[in-house]
Design a protein around this ligand. Structure first.
Ligand code: 16G
Ligand code: ZN
Length: 546
């Protein structure tokens, strides 16, 4: 048929490199950009099929390798909700990415379409294509376009250079029938930010400067655009990529969080100034500062995803407490937080002490997101700075109705009304699709102004336990199998007992191992009451893994 001919013809343009073996992994396909054209083309096909399967809903494709080096690239799919591709389709993604010939590709597609009951020709598919600033992005985007176009009646829309969260936001908005351009995204952020600023109880606080490290990527550029429409924020942006710096090279959130050092372009002259770092595609955010009393040169204090989560949780809880309980009509406000095994133990203690429901999920945004969506308000963060706040549809409509009701009863200036309005504004400011460094940064800034806090004061919420991460190269990382929250190893048999015996030797000791979802290594994490102890615990666990 025409359809088969169309795929056969276009796939001839993208032969699969010899020996390439890829897996959709934790967050899409990633690898050396030079090897990815056939993969991206095939994911283009998959995304068009996904759209057809879901009644022509808009699907998103993002071409990025996030915090990885500039010569790498990758591709991931956004489902109509703005969330990650349904895990049920990952095996099909793996199969077609690795199909060795056009013939095999076509038969895999036919088989899958039959199984999923997807028909071509009745409806049309729509796919939004975005990419980060990587030079390889342009030709990979063309490959994706050809892939989408090879499914008859499909439309690919190139929306250009974007942050990953912008793409997810636009896909979500489009499918909800809302305004969904980049301008709408910016307007949404600036309006809800303004609204939260206007609700600050103590006005007239002096606003201190924020230094932003843009990782020489797309985030710096976008934040500059956003700045035009923001007041009440004094921003200086460095590492925008225009000054010759290389994407993610000694800059960016991943670098700062893993190495616990200053990014390039920052130094002891910046002591005492609040700084934020984005990653290469602006879906991660961490804060840091150089202490004023730092005698030992450029020591850096890191405020990671756990600390951002704690700040958000504190603020949301404060607003929920201001709601009048009698009015709840039996509705419980359920605020929950989701962390991974990498969360610093001190942060978990702090959150529990706030009497919050703390649950754990497997590493990877899709796992945290799923668990957070079970709460009325669910906040999730990975220690690496990826996270957001999800509001359930039902709780949000309850809040909006409540806001109207209070206004009607002439309670517009009441504390309760303000708290409700703040929660509604947070739900529009913070990206409901995925973690978003831009919206996260605006929320941190407004909460600090609300509390009248400096970055040091925020940092004092709790003190991180010293920790150490080590990666171990092993012949077969799949030999390590963990429990669903990755806190304990089930295989190899006996290894967890041996790890537990090591942990026992340390005050506040905690350690775990897990196979990486993005690299061919086993990761070891350890924490304890001193840095020496954390290092030593990590090293003894490494010996057990080897
Ligand atoms: C990916 C994940 C990130 C996770 C990391 C773990 C997304 C969007 N990104 O970057 O959440 O922390 O993988 O990598 O899900 P690892 O499995 O190699 O430790
Ligand atoms: Zn990223």
């Amino acid at each position: 048929t025409n359809q088969i001919a169309s795929i056969l013809k276009s796939s001839e343009l993208f032969p699969i490199p010899q020996g390439l073996k890829l897996s959709y992994g934790t967050a899409g396909f990633r690898g050396d950009a030079k090897l990815l054209e056939s993969t991206v083309y095939r994911v283009g096909i998959l995304s068009a099929l996904r759209s057809l399967k879901l009644g022509s809903a808009t699907i998103g494709l993002m071409i990025t390798a996030s915090h990885n080096k500039v010569s790498d690239n990758g591709i991931k799919v956004s489902d109509p909700s703005g969330g990650m591709l349904s895990q049920e389709w990952e095996p099909f993604a793996d199969q077609i990415a690795n199909a060795s010939s056009p013939g095999e590709l076509v038969s895999l597609i036919r088989e899958f379409m039959e199984k999923e009951d997807i028909t071509i020709g009745e409806k049309s598919a729509e796919v939004l294509l975005g990419r980060d600033t990587r030079p390889s992005g342009e030709s990979l985007l063309r490959a994706a376009e050809i892939g989408v176009g090879s499914i008859l009646g499909s439309v690919a829309i190139d929306i250009g250079i974007l942050t990953t969260p912008q793409l997810h936001w636009m896909v979500r908005a489009k499918n909800k029938g809302l305004k969904a351009t980049e301008n709408d995204y910016f307007e949404n952020l600036s309006v809800s930010f303004r609204c939260l600023i206007d609700l600050i109880p103590i006005s007239g606080n002096k606003i201190s400067k924020l230094l932003v490290d843009g990782a020489n990527g797309v985030g710096g550029e976008k934040i500059e655009e956003l700045r035009e429409s923001l007041s009440n924020l004094d921003l200086e942006i460095r590492n925008t990529g225009r000054d010759g710096g290389v994407l993610n090279e000694s800059v960016g959130a991943d670098f700062v969080q893993k190495e616990k050092v200053l990014p390039l372009g920052f130094g002891s002259n910046d002591a005492g100034v609040r700084c934020a770092s984005l990653d290469g595609d602006a879906d991660r955010l961490v804060y840091f500062y150089v202490p004023l009393d730092s005698s030992s040169g450029e020591k850096v204090e890191l405020l990671d995803g756990d600390k951002i989560l704690s700040l958000f949780a504190l603020f949301i809880k404060e607003q929920l407490n201001a709601l009048d309980d009698d009015d709840k009509e039996g509705k419980q406000s359920r605020l929950g937080v989701v962390q991974t095994a990498y969360a610093n133990g001190a942060s978990t203690d702090y959150l529990r002490q706030l009497e919050l429901d703390v649950v754990f999920a497997k590493t990877g945004v899709k796992h945290l997101h799923e668990k957070a969506a079970e709460f009325d308000i669910g906040i999730y963060f990975e220690a690496n700075g990826h996270g957001t706040i999800l509001f359930s549809e039902s709780f949000l409509s309850w809040l909006v109705a409540k806001e109207k009701d209070l206004t009607a009863r002439a309670q517009a200036g009441s504390e309760e009304h303000k708290a409700v309005s703040r929660l509604v504004a947070v739900s529009t400011l913070i990206n409901q699709a995925v973690g978003d460094a831009l919206s996260g940064l605006l929320l941190v800034e407004v909460i600090l102004q609300h509390m009248g806090w400096s970055v040091e004061k925020w940092n004092e919420l709790y003190k991180d336990l010293p920790s150490r991460q080590i990666k171990v190269e092993v012949p077969d990382r799949t030999a390590v199998v963990t429990t669903s929250e990755e806190t304990e190893a089930l295989k190899p048999l006996g290894i967890q007992d041996a790890i537990n015996a090591e942990i026992k030797k340390y005050t506040r000791g905690r350690a775990f191992i897990r196979p990486s979802g993005t690299e061919d290594v086993v990761r070891v994490y350890a924490e304890a009451s001193t840095q020496e102890a954390a290092d030593s615990l990590a090293n003894s666990v490494v010996q057990l893994v080897k």
